[in-house]
Ligand binder design. Sequence first.
Ligand SMILES: N[C@@H](CCC(=O)N[C@@H](CS)C(=O)NCC(=O)O)C(=O)O
Length: 208
Amino acid sequence: MSKPVVYGADYSVYVRIVRLALEEKGIDYELVPVDVFAEDGIPGWYFEHHPFGRIPAFEHEGFRLHESGAIARYVDEAFDGPALQPVEARARARTNQIAGMLDAYGYRAMVWDVAVERLEKTTPDEALIAAGLGQAATVLRVLTSLKATGPWLLGEQLTLADLHAAPIIGYFVKVDEGRKLLAEFADIQEWYARFAARPSFARTEKAD
Ligand SMILES: N[C@@H](CCC(=O)N[C@@H](CS)C(=O)NCC(=O)O)C(=O)O
């Protein structure tokens, strides 16, 4: 069986979600570099893989996919290794709910409006950061209320919900405001520290 291929860059939260799924399943894969923010633009050939020019894209023996949620579920279902989705309907729905909530309400606020704005801008837009922190607080509050008892978001089983949340929160805590806000949500802070200690998280860390 040939290795699956992930197209993307190590700075990307969404690429990391897919790579975490592959790492946690113990699957060898190839990372083909695609920099969507390159000065000379996205290479033309990449639009064959992702018509919207986002990362990641994925390919496995001629089967192409984009959208990290779909890719992560495919990786879980098509390969051997520990199951990353609960079998029981409500736990499975909760897993999908957490990933969907982070996509819809967490990613832009936590990664772009707070972390990227603070880290990358010469004159950060303080109003944008404040609004992003407000939204992030709601996400962290809801995540706290959805978290099951046990080490992981769904309880005893590590799932795609953990793999979806950790890279987003990992980006958020690059800045002081993110770390400070996370500290107000002890359960999620402890969960994040636990996840961040996993070898898969170290192996998918952005190279300096
Ligand atoms: N819905 C997509 C989102 C992917 C996404 O937004 N990736 C970011 C990098 S983390 C990207 O490609 N951004 C480029 C841009 O916004 O132009 C997925 O789940 O894969």
